[in-house]
Design a protein around this ligand. Structure first.
Ligand SMILES: [Zn+2]
Length: 236
């Protein structure tokens, strides 16, 4: 979920946890009053303590970026601190989307009219997201699928097993975050799918209507469905 402004709850929590200045009744820019270039490492440690909810993370990140901006201005900027912040922003881009937009000054071509931190924030925006689909097949007894209560329970068990780690580390730089799943009972009579005539693997005919995303591609020749791999082999 993306926030636009710090919430009262987050402000109160941060005042308490980090001993920040409490907001005046009419204060609009509480988060900017509390930027502090001498406490950046402490703020980042706090962010990464693992016990903050999203609205607190969102709010403390504004203070961190404001503090980094001050540090750039005063010559006390430490790139190791920025690297930590950058990897948080990349991994949790959806939470900080409005903050990133604000500091990146996207409509301003002349950097002299932007913040000191703007070129750094623009690096984060150059990172793109890919959606990876991995498909599994499970052979299931029919009675499970025809009983809606049983089917629902089974579906839950399957998702629990397959998405045990909602975040998976791919390598030092990349993390995959689980975002969704789908569950389809394959029906060759009603759907564009069937078993490959050669290897018996589930296949969809990509030249026909509504191919099923995630199944191996194949084609039908003279009424015989072959997966692409078997077809390639047959043609050799
Ligand atoms: Zn095949």
């Amino acid at each position: 979920m993306a926030f636009e402004y710090p919430t009262q709850k987050a402000i109160e929590k941060l005042c308490k946890d980090l001993n920040l200045q409490k907001p005046d009744a009419y204060e609009q820019d509480w988060e900017y009053v509390n930027v502090d270039e001498t406490r950046i490492a402490e703020f980042i440690d706090y962010y990464q303590s693992g016990c903050l909810d999203d609205e607190t993370k969102f709010t403390v990140m504004i203070i961190i970026i404001g503090s980094l901006d001050d540090a750039l201005c005063s010559g006390k900027f430490e790139s190791a601190q920025w690297e930590r912040v950058k990897s948080i922003l990349i991994q949790e881009q959806d939470l900080h989307v409005n903050t990133i937009k604000y500091w990146s000054c996207e409509d301003e071509a002349n950097l002299e009219n932007c913040f000191y931190i703007t070129p750094y924030i623009r690096e984060v925006e150059k990172i793109k997201t890919i959606l990876v689909n991995v498909s599994y097949l499970i052979e299931v007894e029919e009675d499970i699928l025809t009983d809606s209560a049983k089917a629902e329970t089974f579906q839950e068990v399957v998702f629990q097993k397959l998405s045990t780690h909602r975040k998976k580390k791919i390598d030092e730089k990349h993390t995959a975050k689980w975002v969704g799943d789908s569950f389809i009972v394959l029906d060759p009579e009603k759907m564009n799918c069937g078993m490959c005539n050669n290897c018996g693997g589930w296949t969809t005919d990509r030249e026909k209507e509504n191919p099923i995303e995630g199944l191996c591609n194949g084609t039908t020749n003279d009424g015989v469905l072959l997966c692409d791999e078997c077809k390639r082999f047959n043609n050799q």
